[in-house]
Write a protein that binds this ligand. Structure first.
Ligand code: PLP
Length: 390
């Protein structure tokens, strides 16, 4: 069969492909600790599910406006006010089918074919493919583990060209957990504004930041420079709602309108029942969310304490999200010459599934997701250590 040339520009999601392999092994009866996928092991809180059940009983099963019903868009605005003290108008927000769609909408609206999108490395695995799908050229700005994976304006300046049009910024970061301070964010945003580079600030882990670190949202910058940044967030990670598919964008009203032009031709509104659940989540009591954050922080502490004793391994301490991204390249050998071989070896020997770092642009590393029960994580870490130093 003949396919469009566009299909050669991008790959399917690497995380989902590896997860499929784990599910296959499990179906054959092999017990695997799955530290691959970024999906909280907690159930969605009951009060959120109740709101969805009520929406069904009330037959809220029809189309809603493309950017989401007013109830949810106002809930998004109140979330920004409650968490960040930010005042915005309903025209500045729209909801989408997951953070993914929100990011893709923005990219489609700001880049022209041949424009360059600067992507700090390590990056969330979908950014380069999304940029390519929008017709742009991904350009990579490295920040190695030895420097704590923190990108600076100097790193970005090194890759800037007259075609640089957008920058993907992700704090807290998947895969590194790096969480920028307000000063670091400002410096990056100011650099981008000076060079007329539009910033897409992906903040889908904004509630999963571990004290003493705090979330420095680009929404404050947006308030001052509304034409220079879009803030994308989602309920997937912070509220344990991955399967519900709900994300949202805060941006200049003109950009929101353009994003909705794309969305109206692709999916229309996100699921009406999910919208009711999302409004309840954003307006509700955050105590269950805080309890999840505490559990993630406890696992982060445990896993970081363990990995940082591994000889030859460099692992900056993550301050957010639920991943560790150690540089294990000093352990590469004939039996595991690179990150993919290392992950295959660990799957066979330790029965632990990890993501190869090359899926995030850094083949020196592997990614551990700690969105699994404490005892699964603890036992997996011991097995990985044993296999790595065998
Ligand atoms: C950094 C980052 N951005 C965006 C997303 C997409 O979120 P969603 O599942 O809401 O589409 C993910 C999901 O893994 C992510 O890790």
């Amino acid at each position: 069969m003949r396919f469009s040339q566009r299909m050669n520009l991008f790959k399917p999601s690497a995380t989902l492909a590896l997860n499929d392999r784990v599910l296959e092994l499990r179906s054959e009866g092999v017990e695997i600790a799955n530290l691959v996928v970024g999906d909280p092991d907690f159930n969605t809180p009951e009060f959120i599910k109740d709101a969805a059940k009520r929406a069904l009983d009330e037959n809220r099963t029809h189309y809603t406006p493309v950017p989401g019903g007013l109830e949810l868009r106002e809930a998004v605005l109140r979330y920004f006010k409650r968490v960040y003290g930010l005042e915005a108008a309903v025209e500045n927000v729209a909801v989408s089918t997951g953070g993914k769609q929100a990011l893709f909408n923005v990219l489609m609206c700001v880049v022209d074919p041949g424009d360059e999108v600067i992507i700090p490395v390590p990056y969330w695995t979908s950014y380069p493919d999304m940029a390519a799908l929008a017709g742009a050229v991904p350009v990579f700005a490295p920040s190695p583990a030895s420097r704590g994976f923190r990108i600076t304006p100097e790193d970005l300046e090194r890759v800037r060209t007259p075609r640089s049009r957008a920058l993907m910024l992700n704090s807290p970061s998947n895969p590194t957990g790096v969480t920028y301070t307000a000063e670091e964010m400002e410096a990056i945003l100011e650099w981008a504004r000076r060079h007329e580079i539009f910033v897409i600030s992906d903040e889908v882990y904004d509630q999963l930041v571990y004290p003493p670190a705090g979330q420095a949202s680009a929404c404050h910058w947006w308030k001052r420079h509304p034409e220079s940044v879009a803030v994308v967030n989602a309920l997937s990670k912070s509220f344990a709602m991955t399967g519900w598919r709900m994300g949202y964008t805060l941006a200049h009203a003109d950009l929101i309108r353009q994003c909705m032009k794309v969305q109206s031709q692709v999916t229309s509104n996100p699921c009406s029942i999910t919208q009711a659940a999302a409004a309840a989540a954003l307006e509700g009591d955050f105590s269950e969310m805080r309890a999840m954050r505490e559990a993630f922080m406890r696992r982060r502490d445990m896993a970081y304490a363990e990995i940082s004793t591994w000889e030859g391994v460099i692992c900056p301490c993550p301050e957010g999200a639920f991943y560790l991204f150690p540089d294990v390249s000093a352990l590469y050998s004939e039996k595991m010459p690179d990150d993919t071989a290392c992950c295959r070896y660990l799957l066979d020997e330790a029965r632990v599934a990890l993501m190869p770092g090359s899926a995030f642009g850094d083949s020196r590393c592997v990614r551990f997701s700690y969105s699994v029960a404490d005892e699964v994580l603890e036992s997996a870490l011991h097995r990985v250590k044993k296999a790595l130093y065998a």
